[in-house]
Design a protein around this ligand. Sequence first.
Ligand SMILES: Cc1cc2nc3c(=O)[nH]c(=O)nc-3n(C[C@H](O)[C@H](O)[C@H](O)COP(=O)(O)OP(=O)(O)OC[C@H]3O[C@@H](n4cnc5c(N)ncnc54)[C@H](O)[C@@H]3O)c2cc1C
Length: 465
Amino acid sequence: MPVTELEARYRARSLWLDGLAGTLAPRASLPGSTECDVCIVGAGFTGLWTAYYLKTLQPDLRVTVVEREIAGFGPSGRNGGWVSAFIAADPAVYRRSHGADAVLRAERETFGTVAEIGRVASTEAIECGFVHSGQLAVAFSLPQLERLRRSVGAKRGRGLREEDVRLLDLDELRQRVRLQGALGGSFSPHNARVDPARLVRGLAVACERRGVQIYERTPAIAIGPRTVTTTHGTVRADMVVRATEAYTTELPGEGRRFLPLYSLMVATEPLSAAAWDELGWSGHETIADQRHLFFYAQRTLDDRIAIGGRGAPYRLGSPIREDYEQRDEVRDRLVGCIRRHFPGAAQADITHHWGGPLGVPRDWSTSVICDRSAGFAWAGGYAGHGVVAANVSGRTLADLILGRDSDLVSLPWVGHAGRRWEPEPFRYLASRLIISILGSADRHEDATGRRARRTRLVQPFVLGR
Ligand SMILES: Cc1cc2nc3c(=O)[nH]c(=O)nc-3n(C[C@H](O)[C@H](O)[C@H](O)COP(=O)(O)OP(=O)(O)OC[C@H]3O[C@@H](n4cnc5c(N)ncnc54)[C@H](O)[C@@H]3O)c2cc1C
């Protein structure tokens, strides 16, 4: 495919990739079979953070990254830009395996990771609009308010403090952002707003400055202990790291590792100063509602609203395809949220619609796995919360690979490989059921103002059951 066509394809993957300055022409592909110390497959956040910390800790290590498309092609270059610190897991899963203190320690680690990402962005001069703004959860109905209170209560019950998360009354909320129909909210400082494509692409350059070799347009067809077989040659390494998140399900024998569930986004045109006066939102906090199919939003670096949500059902047989990244009903739902809740943006044009696949494990909980003797490691299963989790995974994998006995290597996701999803068509039916029941529960709650109890039907498939 000519480079101009490739660039157009890459830019079409997200608002953020579209907005990047400079070229998106791929780096060179693997020139033929080779050897190195560590070979990482996948140049998203997991792969690149792993490479970055490995080279920071041991500069003479020979680290090679092979990427099927370009750095940041996957969800790392497409996501909502929430550097959100709440753990990418059902806390109950890790509480069962490691106890309550370990869960609290894991949460404290992810809280600190927000600042760590900001530190590296600043040290490496990555201009990615990082603002350590915090996160607002907003309730737009009584059932949502009830869920919000329960969620804050559960976090406090796990040992988090007032300064970690607290309820806001309507006046406090309105001082931050004036959302139509809001009944109340909560605030946590443990979140930052970022342009994810700028961050991941800048991280790739920072890795190269440290001597990481990145080969693009190099699909791996087999990823195993000490060997990666690609369409351009074989890489032999002391350690192979698989960092392919949802795309892992395309690899032989890995189809049931995750449910590749799509999350989709839309963005408005840049809004006028008058619109921002009406909305407030000068703190750039990330914002989510409390619907079951919740929205997540940010005020972008160039003053748009970028908002996303789940709800695109996956298809049997070929669950990951570029033509699944846009869906009219999800787009309409997200645009409806903008029109209903963000008064200053009610008339704004929608300029972008995009999405990507999440890697959802059966127990909705992250894994970081490293077998040094076999020469194989992987991390992922972030279920849509990977920006912070991938940094933690990268630092942890670097320590595990180098045999460093740090605090990170005893966190509860290390060595945790949850069970696989049910074989088809059960996984397909479960995912359809999840989306349809959660969507109908939201419609019921919006229409009646009363809590929908039908969500109990899908409890066995969500959050670690
Ligand atoms: C629309 C959307 C919004 C989201 N919003 C947020 C958010 O706001 N905050 C948050 O924390 N998380 C969010 N997420 C999730 C987050 O983006 C991911 O969890 C995270 O980016 C995963 O990073 P990764 O490096 O593990 O995987 P990826 O970003 O998927 O990277 C994997 C890379 O591997 C490459 N690859 C795959 N197969 C092969 C192969 N065979 N050979 C070579 N290369 C291969 C891919 O091309 C890709 O570049 C969102 C996701 C989506 C889709």
